[in-house]
Design a protein around this ligand. Sequence first.
Ligand code: NAD
Length: 469
Amino acid sequence: MPTPEAGRAPGHPAPSLPVIDPATGETFDETPDQRPDELDDAVDRARRAWTGWRADPAARTTGLNAAADAVEAAGEDLAPLLTREQGKPLAESYAEVARTAARLRYFADLAPRTRRIDDGRPVHSEIRWRPLGPVAAIVPWNFPLQLASAKFAPALAAGNTVVLKPSPYTPLATRLLGAVLATALPEDVLTVVTGREPLGAHLASHPGIRHVTFTGSVPTGRAVAGAAAASLARVTLELGGNDAAVLLDDVDVDRIADRLFWAAFRNCGQVCMAVKRVYAPARLHAEVVEALAHRAKTVVVGPGLDPDTRLGPVNNAPQLARVERVTQQALAAGARAATGGHRLDGPGYFFAPTILTDVPPDDPVVTEEQFGPVLPVLPYRDLDEAVEAANGTGFGLGGSVWGTDLDRAAATADRLECGTAWINHHAELSLAQPFAGVKDSGVGVAGGPWGLYGNLRPFVVHRPREEER
Ligand code: NAD
């Protein structure tokens, strides 16, 4: 198995950052705390590697398919390391590795189409596509590998090179992934840099970077857009969400309860497009609360490496404190915990899976992104009011509608102001579909061919008229 290199001369110990296992709250490893000058070097190398990488599409296809094979072969090393630093159950880490390989394969075979424009004039314009240059990929801690691959796979397939910066909370699996990819790709085509801020800010504002593709919170996304303005680099932002699930009055609660629960609690609720609030018809509200609370009480919570665990810890101490704070605020404002509402005793960053009722509709646990294992369930009397409430935050990532009459559910889904709306499920994505948030949830489009074109610029060649030959 390749090992990630810190890239320093012997005898000069690198400054490092501790990496904490969220299941114990203890440091178990470290990562280089790289300085801006090391980043400059990585961007320089990415620019030099670009010349060769952009020139040969067939070699890119071969390289990215080989990279997918290498990732799959490294699954036994990548998945446990991911669980150790991120906290998620091991099966979910394996799924993340598999998704990373699948995405590399998907983009390996995707090529932009050269098009002739026929507008009736005797001049022919041909649209070709060109890569942008070195791409900065900045990624959060909830799906470190999967979200990194959503950035580097289309960027590399388009002929760009990539400098990838994971979150300081989850740098290790990404560094190992970088070493694995280096066995299949030309040198410096993809470089992983790790460290604390201002490393990300420096990367986002670096004059050698031509596209900053960022996934993370809304406030950091705004800062990244501001930083990238210095070099006028293209910006793609995939930001926070506060997805609503709207249950219709013909919903079969028994039938959907499992799916709804996991749409909210997968990865301990730390999913950008998790269900973060539920709107249930008043008549069914108690039944919905009971069904979700039963699952929250009985789900096995524990360390991700334990094979019985279905729900791991919150990833880091500040996030745990945030989840606790928004929950306490809601309880103080009159909400009631049908179950949970508190940290779990013992080591690690565990929070009891929580279902909240009687929540004031304007409480921050409803209007903001809790990003943890806490779910408010709100009753409604009038569907128009529920749709208005679902659309009533600054976010617009996803949403879902749940009911038995699928046509009515689809008509309601159509009214949601978001990038993706699901019916009777939530947060399932195909590699081939566009993924984009509206309002504060994002700028630009990722996924499928849109993700590829997001890493390309049009280049137009005008051919002469016959008489001008
Ligand atoms: P974050 O915004 O704190 O950090 C994201 C990344 O940005 C990290 O690598 C961080 O080190 C880096 N960073 C921090 N300050 C920076 C700066 N000034 N300039 C450049 N980079 C900087 O987010 P987080 O807490 O790691 O992740 C959780 C957030 O990510 C949630 O809001 C979640 O909804 C969002 N998210 C969105 C999507 C999506 O696709 N829309 C997917 C997953 C997570």
